[in-house]
Write a protein that binds this ligand. Structure first.
Ligand code: SF4
Ligand code: SF4
Length: 255
């Protein structure tokens, strides 16, 4: 199978799981020399095919999978890892997941190569179709270039935008210092956080790009519950009315 045929077949197979494919060839010197010389399982890969949630179609596929109902922890991550591993085996690639490591695979760098996506005013990527809801469930790594066409890009949406996302968070969790995950978690866990818990992040919802791709109520509540389970201290502090120590070190967000 040639590279174009492989990508077409991969697109069909991934689409059956509600996943969209975006591929890019990687430079021969990937990862760049500036990357820390840690053990990087993706070193030597010459092409990457990202598997991105295709809006609500991924949620429907996940809900039909055994992981949804088996009662074990982290069902979406387990489903993603299983599907990505199956696709990797079928298409002769290595599988990578966003939570692998440390060191973590450079999904953001890969997305900037393969996807019509840009760094947003909030810090996370804004995707031409998915807006602030882009979610990469995994990647396939190939040892030879695939000749994938360049990602189609227009202007960065944030450059011509009144930036409602920066004003939508009730606790100003997106500031000059980055994303304040602890302030966010305290709000989401507290009595005022019902709108975020039920409908997902208000800052993301404020973005006009990809508004139709926002998660439904069930998916939003699922992600928020997972976000809070990872921060039990925020739950207990909010229940007691205690302040939570702000942490601006990370820019990772909750879904
Ligand atoms: S609301 Fe505007 S500034 Fe904010 S992420 Fe969306 S496009 Fe960018
Ligand atoms: S979920 Fe979004 S809007 Fe709600 S507190 Fe967190 S960052 Fe702010």
């Amino acid at each position: 199978m040639n590279a174009a045929g492989l990508l077409a077949a991969l697109g069909r197979a991934a689409g059956g799981h509600g996943l969209a494919v975006a591929a890019a060839d990687l430079p021969a010197a990937d990862p760049p020399a500036a990357d820390p010389p840690a053990d990087q399982p993706w070193r030597g890969a010459r092409a990457v095919a990202l598997l991105r949630a295709d809006g609500p179609r991924m949620w429907e596929a996940f809900r039909a999978a055994p992981e949804w109902a088996d009662g074990a922890p982290d069902p979406l991550d387990r489903w993603s890892a299983r599907i990505v591993a199956e696709l990797a085996a079928r298409f002769g690639a290595r599988a990578a997941g966003p939570s692998d490591g440390p060191p973590h695979p450079p999904f953001l760098r890969w997305a900037l190569l393969a996807e019509p996506a840009w760094p947003s005013a909030l810090g996370m990527l804004v995707h031409a179709q998915e807006g602030l809801w882009a979610s990469w469930r995994g990647a396939l790594l190939f040892g030879a270039p695939l000749g994938a066409p360049p990602a189609r890009r227009g202007a960065r949406p944030c450059d011509d935008c009144a930036r409602p996302c920066l004003r939508a968070c009730p606790v100003g969790a997106f500031g000059a210092g980055g994303y304040d995950a602890e302030a966010c978690a305290r709000h989401v866990a507290g009595p005022e956080g019902g709108a975020c818990r039920a409908g997902g992040c208000l800052a993301r919802r404020a973005c006009p790009v990809g508004r139709a791709r926002a998660p439904g109520a069930e998916q939003a509540a699922f992600h928020m519950a997972a976000f809070l389970r990872a921060r039990p201290h925020a739950l207990s502090a909010a229940a007691l009315g205690l302040p939570v120590r702000p942490c601006l070190a990370g820019r990772r967000t909750h879904s």
